[in-house]
Design a protein around this ligand. Structure first.
Ligand SMILES: [Zn+2]
Ligand SMILES: [Zn+2]
Length: 275
Protein backbone atom coordinates (compact mmCIF):
# COMPACT_ATOMS: atom_id res chain seq x y z
CA UNK A 1 0.00 0.00 0.00
CA UNK A 2 0.94 3.57 -0.52
CA UNK A 3 1.69 5.92 2.36
CA UNK A 4 -0.69 8.82 2.75
CA UNK A 5 0.76 12.19 1.93
CA UNK A 6 1.54 13.79 5.24
CA UNK A 7 -0.83 16.49 6.35
CA UNK A 8 0.21 20.11 6.20
CA UNK A 9 -1.78 20.73 9.39
CA UNK A 10 0.16 22.78 11.92
CA UNK A 11 -0.91 23.71 15.41
CA UNK A 12 0.59 27.17 15.45
CA UNK A 13 -1.89 28.65 13.01
CA UNK A 14 -4.69 30.23 15.06
CA UNK A 15 -6.92 30.74 12.03
CA UNK A 16 -6.85 27.00 11.34
CA UNK A 17 -7.91 26.21 14.90
CA UNK A 18 -10.97 28.43 14.42
CA UNK A 19 -11.67 26.58 11.16
CA UNK A 20 -11.12 23.26 12.91
CA UNK A 21 -13.91 24.10 15.34
CA UNK A 22 -16.21 25.24 12.54
CA UNK A 23 -15.64 22.25 10.25
CA UNK A 24 -16.68 19.85 13.02
CA UNK A 25 -19.71 21.95 13.91
CA UNK A 26 -20.61 22.04 10.21
CA UNK A 27 -20.68 18.22 10.18
CA UNK A 28 -22.84 18.14 13.32
CA UNK A 29 -20.41 17.69 16.23
CA UNK A 30 -22.51 19.78 18.65
CA UNK A 31 -26.29 19.26 18.65
CA UNK A 32 -28.08 22.55 18.03
CA UNK A 33 -25.00 24.42 16.76
CA UNK A 34 -24.66 25.26 13.07
CA UNK A 35 -22.34 27.30 10.89
CA UNK A 36 -22.97 28.79 7.48
CA UNK A 37 -19.54 27.95 6.04
CA UNK A 38 -18.86 25.62 3.15
CA UNK A 39 -15.87 23.31 3.40
CA UNK A 40 -14.05 21.86 0.42
CA UNK A 41 -11.89 18.76 0.05
CA UNK A 42 -8.84 20.99 0.35
CA UNK A 43 -10.15 22.33 3.67
CA UNK A 44 -10.80 18.84 4.97
CA UNK A 45 -7.22 17.70 4.50
CA UNK A 46 -5.83 21.02 5.71
CA UNK A 47 -7.89 21.23 8.87
CA UNK A 48 -9.19 17.88 10.17
CA UNK A 49 -5.75 16.33 10.90
CA UNK A 50 -5.18 18.99 13.56
CA UNK A 51 -7.25 16.71 15.77
CA UNK A 52 -4.39 14.54 16.95
CA UNK A 53 -2.34 17.55 17.97
CA UNK A 54 -5.19 19.19 19.86
CA UNK A 55 -6.28 16.06 21.73
CA UNK A 56 -4.72 15.32 25.13
CA UNK A 57 -3.69 11.66 25.28
CA UNK A 58 -5.48 11.05 28.58
CA UNK A 59 -8.80 12.04 27.01
CA UNK A 60 -8.47 9.04 24.70
CA UNK A 61 -6.54 6.60 26.92
CA UNK A 62 -8.69 7.02 29.99
CA UNK A 63 -7.98 5.64 33.43
CA UNK A 64 -11.71 5.10 33.89
CA UNK A 65 -14.96 5.70 32.06
CA UNK A 66 -15.74 8.50 34.48
CA UNK A 67 -12.64 10.54 33.69
CA UNK A 68 -13.54 14.21 33.43
CA UNK A 69 -12.37 15.10 29.96
CA UNK A 70 -12.98 18.83 29.59
CA UNK A 71 -10.43 19.89 32.26
CA UNK A 72 -7.83 17.73 30.49
CA UNK A 73 -8.61 19.47 27.19
CA UNK A 74 -8.47 22.96 28.71
CA UNK A 75 -5.13 22.15 30.34
CA UNK A 76 -3.70 20.75 27.10
CA UNK A 77 -4.79 23.79 25.06
CA UNK A 78 -3.16 26.04 27.64
CA UNK A 79 0.07 24.02 27.40
CA UNK A 80 -0.05 24.47 23.63
CA UNK A 81 -0.47 28.22 24.02
CA UNK A 82 -3.94 28.14 22.48
CA UNK A 83 -6.84 30.13 23.89
CA UNK A 84 -8.40 27.63 26.30
CA UNK A 85 -11.61 29.48 27.22
CA UNK A 86 -13.26 28.78 23.86
CA UNK A 87 -16.25 26.81 25.09
CA UNK A 88 -17.23 25.52 21.62
CA UNK A 89 -13.72 24.35 20.78
CA UNK A 90 -13.49 22.49 24.09
CA UNK A 91 -16.91 20.91 23.49
CA UNK A 92 -15.97 19.81 19.96
CA UNK A 93 -12.80 18.21 21.30
CA UNK A 94 -14.75 16.50 24.09
CA UNK A 95 -17.23 15.03 21.57
CA UNK A 96 -14.37 13.70 19.43
CA UNK A 97 -12.57 12.31 22.49
CA UNK A 98 -15.75 10.47 23.51
CA UNK A 99 -16.20 9.06 20.03
CA UNK A 100 -12.59 7.82 19.91
CA UNK A 101 -12.95 6.33 23.38
CA UNK A 102 -16.32 4.64 22.89
CA UNK A 103 -15.32 3.11 19.53
CA UNK A 104 -12.00 1.67 20.69
CA UNK A 105 -10.98 -1.63 22.22
CA UNK A 106 -12.30 -5.13 21.83
CA UNK A 107 -15.90 -4.28 22.61
CA UNK A 108 -16.67 -0.82 21.36
CA UNK A 109 -19.77 0.75 22.87
CA UNK A 110 -20.62 2.62 19.69
CA UNK A 111 -20.92 0.64 16.50
CA UNK A 112 -20.78 2.18 13.04
CA UNK A 113 -24.11 2.30 11.24
CA UNK A 114 -24.32 0.79 7.80
CA UNK A 115 -26.90 1.23 5.10
CA UNK A 116 -28.95 -1.74 6.37
CA UNK A 117 -29.08 -0.27 9.90
CA UNK A 118 -30.21 3.06 8.52
CA UNK A 119 -32.98 1.51 6.43
CA UNK A 120 -34.12 -0.63 9.33
CA UNK A 121 -34.06 1.94 12.13
CA UNK A 122 -34.25 5.37 10.51
CA UNK A 123 -36.33 4.95 7.36
CA UNK A 124 -37.40 8.62 7.22
CA UNK A 125 -33.78 9.80 7.52
CA UNK A 126 -32.77 7.36 4.80
CA UNK A 127 -35.45 8.78 2.51
CA UNK A 128 -34.42 12.35 3.36
CA UNK A 129 -30.79 11.56 2.52
CA UNK A 130 -31.79 10.07 -0.81
CA UNK A 131 -33.90 13.10 -1.56
CA UNK A 132 -31.08 15.48 -0.62
CA UNK A 133 -28.94 13.70 -3.21
CA UNK A 134 -31.67 13.64 -5.86
CA UNK A 135 -31.71 9.80 -5.61
CA UNK A 136 -28.13 9.64 -6.93
CA UNK A 137 -24.68 8.72 -5.58
CA UNK A 138 -23.34 11.93 -4.02
CA UNK A 139 -19.97 11.57 -5.74
CA UNK A 140 -20.58 10.24 -9.27
CA UNK A 141 -24.32 10.75 -9.69
CA UNK A 142 -25.20 7.18 -10.71
CA UNK A 143 -28.92 6.64 -9.95
CA UNK A 144 -29.04 4.82 -6.61
CA UNK A 145 -31.66 2.43 -7.91
CA UNK A 146 -28.98 1.08 -10.29
CA UNK A 147 -26.22 0.85 -7.71
CA UNK A 148 -25.17 -1.01 -4.61
CA UNK A 149 -25.61 1.64 -1.95
CA UNK A 150 -23.29 2.40 0.95
CA UNK A 151 -23.60 4.73 3.92
CA UNK A 152 -20.45 6.85 4.06
CA UNK A 153 -19.22 9.00 6.93
CA UNK A 154 -17.88 12.25 5.49
CA UNK A 155 -15.61 12.78 8.47
CA UNK A 156 -14.40 9.33 9.56
CA UNK A 157 -16.66 7.44 11.95
CA UNK A 158 -13.93 7.12 14.61
CA UNK A 159 -13.79 10.91 14.88
CA UNK A 160 -17.36 12.07 14.51
CA UNK A 161 -19.66 9.07 14.33
CA UNK A 162 -23.31 8.76 13.38
CA UNK A 163 -24.83 12.21 13.74
CA UNK A 164 -28.60 11.93 14.22
CA UNK A 165 -29.34 14.85 11.89
CA UNK A 166 -27.50 13.09 9.06
CA UNK A 167 -24.94 15.88 8.65
CA UNK A 168 -22.05 13.42 8.58
CA UNK A 169 -23.64 10.97 6.16
CA UNK A 170 -23.74 10.59 2.41
CA UNK A 171 -24.88 7.74 0.18
CA UNK A 172 -22.26 6.39 -2.21
CA UNK A 173 -22.30 3.71 -4.89
CA UNK A 174 -19.93 0.78 -4.54
CA UNK A 175 -17.22 2.12 -6.88
CA UNK A 176 -17.11 5.47 -5.09
CA UNK A 177 -17.11 3.81 -1.68
CA UNK A 178 -14.22 1.49 -2.59
CA UNK A 179 -12.37 4.43 -4.15
CA UNK A 180 -12.78 6.54 -1.05
CA UNK A 181 -11.73 3.68 1.23
CA UNK A 182 -10.81 5.23 4.58
CA UNK A 183 -9.30 8.38 3.11
CA UNK A 184 -10.12 11.59 4.89
CA UNK A 185 -10.02 13.66 1.73
CA UNK A 186 -9.63 13.19 -2.01
CA UNK A 187 -6.29 14.96 -1.70
CA UNK A 188 -4.85 12.44 0.73
CA UNK A 189 -3.88 9.45 -1.44
CA UNK A 190 -0.70 9.91 -3.45
CA UNK A 191 -2.55 9.39 -6.74
CA UNK A 192 -4.12 12.80 -6.02
CA UNK A 193 -0.66 14.25 -6.69
CA UNK A 194 -0.51 12.42 -10.04
CA UNK A 195 1.78 9.86 -8.48
CA UNK A 196 1.72 6.29 -9.80
CA UNK A 197 4.04 3.68 -8.44
CA UNK A 198 5.12 0.33 -9.81
CA UNK A 199 2.42 -2.28 -10.15
CA UNK A 200 0.61 -0.90 -7.13
CA UNK A 201 -1.85 1.01 -9.24
CA UNK A 202 -2.22 -1.86 -11.65
CA UNK A 203 -3.84 -4.01 -8.95
CA UNK A 204 -6.62 -1.50 -8.68
CA UNK A 205 -7.46 -1.20 -12.37
CA UNK A 206 -11.01 -0.59 -13.27
CA UNK A 207 -11.83 -0.69 -16.94
CA UNK A 208 -14.30 1.91 -18.00
CA UNK A 209 -16.06 3.09 -21.10
CA UNK A 210 -13.37 5.27 -22.56
CA UNK A 211 -11.54 3.05 -25.04
CA UNK A 212 -7.98 2.07 -24.20
CA UNK A 213 -7.89 3.84 -20.91
CA UNK A 214 -8.36 2.77 -17.38
CA UNK A 215 -7.87 4.06 -13.91
CA UNK A 216 -7.95 2.83 -10.36
CA UNK A 217 -10.97 3.50 -8.20
CA UNK A 218 -8.86 5.64 -5.89
CA UNK A 219 -7.86 7.92 -8.77
CA UNK A 220 -11.49 7.98 -9.93
CA UNK A 221 -12.55 9.08 -6.45
CA UNK A 222 -9.84 11.78 -6.40
CA UNK A 223 -11.01 13.26 -9.71
CA UNK A 224 -14.74 13.18 -8.92
CA UNK A 225 -14.37 14.60 -5.40
CA UNK A 226 -12.36 17.54 -6.67
CA UNK A 227 -14.14 18.42 -9.93
CA UNK A 228 -17.76 17.63 -8.96
CA UNK A 229 -19.30 18.63 -12.31
CA UNK A 230 -19.13 18.11 -16.07
CA UNK A 231 -16.07 19.86 -17.54
CA UNK A 232 -17.53 20.23 -21.03
CA UNK A 233 -17.41 23.96 -21.87
CA UNK A 234 -20.55 25.69 -20.66
CA UNK A 235 -22.21 22.60 -19.20
CA UNK A 236 -21.63 22.42 -15.47
CA UNK A 237 -24.03 19.50 -14.85
CA UNK A 238 -23.41 18.14 -11.37
CA UNK A 239 -24.16 14.86 -9.65
CA UNK A 240 -27.74 15.86 -8.96
CA UNK A 241 -28.34 16.28 -12.70
CA UNK A 242 -26.54 13.39 -14.29
CA UNK A 243 -24.21 10.48 -13.86
CA UNK A 244 -20.64 11.75 -14.17
CA UNK A 245 -17.96 9.67 -15.81
CA UNK A 246 -14.29 10.16 -16.42
CA UNK A 247 -12.62 10.57 -19.73
CA UNK A 248 -8.91 10.64 -20.47
CA UNK A 249 -7.96 13.97 -22.03
CA UNK A 250 -5.02 12.56 -24.01
CA UNK A 251 -4.98 9.03 -25.42
CA UNK A 252 -1.20 8.95 -24.97
CA UNK A 253 -1.30 9.77 -21.26
CA UNK A 254 -1.07 7.58 -18.20
CA UNK A 255 -4.23 7.62 -16.09
CA UNK A 256 -3.21 10.26 -13.57
CA UNK A 257 -5.70 12.62 -11.99
CA UNK A 258 -4.84 15.77 -13.94
CA UNK A 259 -5.33 13.99 -17.25
CA UNK A 260 -9.00 13.26 -16.64
CA UNK A 261 -12.01 15.23 -17.62
CA UNK A 262 -15.39 14.72 -16.00
CA UNK A 263 -18.35 14.36 -18.33
CA UNK A 264 -22.09 14.11 -17.83
CA UNK A 265 -24.12 11.55 -19.78
CA UNK A 266 -24.94 14.08 -22.48
CA UNK A 267 -21.34 15.12 -23.14
CA UNK A 268 -19.49 11.88 -22.63
CA UNK A 269 -18.88 11.38 -26.35
CA UNK A 270 -18.57 15.09 -27.23
CA UNK A 271 -15.09 15.97 -28.45
CA UNK A 272 -14.50 19.55 -27.30
CA UNK A 273 -11.84 19.66 -24.65
CA UNK A 274 -11.99 21.74 -21.51
CA UNK A 275 -9.28 24.30 -21.03
ZN1 LIG B 1 -20.72 6.79 -7.18
ZN1 LIG C 1 -22.14 18.03 -19.60
Amino acid sequence: MTNPVSSPARLTDIERIELFKRIFIYHGAIPGETVTDFFSEADRIRIVPLIFGLMPSRAVHRLSRDTLVKPLIVEHLRELGIKSDDHLLVTVLKEIADQLYFTSGQRPVRRKMGIADLRMTRMSMYKALRQRQAERCSLCGVPLKDAEEHLDHRIPFRLLGDIAKGTNWQLLCNDCNVGKSSWLSALQPSVAQNWLYGDLDMEDLNHFDNENSYLGLTARYCVLAQRKSCTYPGCGNGVKDSQLRLKLRLPSALPVVDHFEVRCQEHFYATASSV
